[in-house]
Design a protein around this ligand. Structure first.
Ligand code: MN
Length: 335
């Protein structure tokens, strides 16, 4: 979407929100900081400005976000219940398969208008109104932009905190290349609106459970692999280790950032077993080495520097061979 198109669709979304009531809010599966900050921030924002709204999140949330979740939400929904809302706001979710509604329910079975707000470049624009802004750091940033188009609506400290959380987590604390001058201006405005920066930083970056720290130490001592002349770092998390430290993998969102911090690594990957194969999270430090492209070939997608996919129906050695082959090719082509 061009900037002009984004502005137009954002204005359409604002108009829609002014004219309607009674929203259901949805975000993507395995919700991260941006998903959680976006959905609870917007839920709160709608409530505090006189609209009826509910959120559905059909899976447990990572623990570190729980201190910021102070609204009730639905953990499941039937087709009939879904269809009883006037419209659905789908946040941070590039395709219908990633949107977490639960119970195998699909949007087309429900038949209410979908308003999409997202920043993933591969968004399939499956809504009635699609606001897809790939240059915006986080969906939470996009929601803050939207809030400015609603005359007289207030952003409370609670909402500002949740949106700042989304921006902080999707920019890795303003370390990633999606941090624009505008991102920093919006972050400054959110601080002026009394976002609780101190508490956010404490809970996001200085609250790791001891067992998780010990698990990470052993993982990086014993299970780190360096390939392609140390330019590709990858880790497979063995089940025994997860059991040993009693780790809930929902709480390991930051693991891949530790991999990314290795100097010689241009591309990093984290592998986890799933039902039909291996789930792969990928990060790159340089646009010349697009992990988005690799992820798309692996039944997935994402951003060019942060993406994920799945290697299906092969054993572990074959999965590693496939992945290493693709990364090697990407590194060779880009160099
Ligand atoms: Mn996001």
């Amino acid at each position: 979407m061009t900037t002009e198109k984004i502005e137009k669709s954002l204005a359409r979304a604002a108009e829609f929100i002014l004219r309607h009531d009674d929203y259901l809010l949805v975000t993507h599966e395995r919700p991260d900081g941006d998903a959680i900050g976006s959905i609870f921030g917007f839920l709160n924002f709608l409530h505090e400005n006189g609209k009826r709204a509910e959120a559905v999140i059909p899976e447990p949330l990572p623990e570190k976000y729980l201190p910021f979740v102070n609204s009730n939400y639905r953990t499941g929904i039937t087709r009939l219940e879904f269809a009883s809302y006037q419209s659905c706001l789908v946040l941070d979710s590039p395709n219908p398969a990633r949107a977490a509604i639960g119970g195998g329910l699909k949007f087309e079975q429900v038949g209410i208008p979908l308003i999409l707000l997202d920043h993933h470049p591969d968004n399939q624009c499956y809504g009635s109104i699609n606001v897809v802004a790939p240059k915006v750091s986080a969906t939470a940033e996009l929601l803050f932009m939207l809030s400015k188009l609603l005359p007289g609506w207030k952003v409370s400290p609670r909402t500002a905190t949740l949106w700042l959380m989304g921006i902080i987590m999707d920019t890795g604390g303003f370390r990633f290349d999606n941090t624009s001058p505008q991102t920093l201006r919006y972050a400054a405005e959110l601080l002026e609106l009394k976002a609780d920066h101190h508490r956010l930083m404490l809970e996001m970056f200085f609250s790791k459970p001891l067992e998780l720290q010990q698990f990470e130490s052993e993982l990086f001592t014993s299970h780190l692999h360096m390939d392609c002349g140390r330019r590709f770092a990858w880790i497979y998390v063995p089940d025994e280790l997860i059991r040993k430290y009693n780790i809930d993998m929902r709480n390991t969102e930051g693991l891949i950032e530790i991999l990314r911090s290795i100097k010689s690594a241009d591309v990093v990957a984290l592998l986890q077993r799933c039902d039909d194969g291996y789930k792969v999270s990928l990060r790159s430090k340089d646009p010349r080495f697009s992990v988005g492209q690799i992820a798309r070939q692996l039944n997935g997608g994402g951003h060019e520097l942060a993406a994920g996919g799945k290697i299906k129906n092969v054993n572990f050695d074959a999965a590693i061979n496939i992945l290493t082959g693709m990364v090697r090719q990407t590194l060779n082509q880009g160099s």
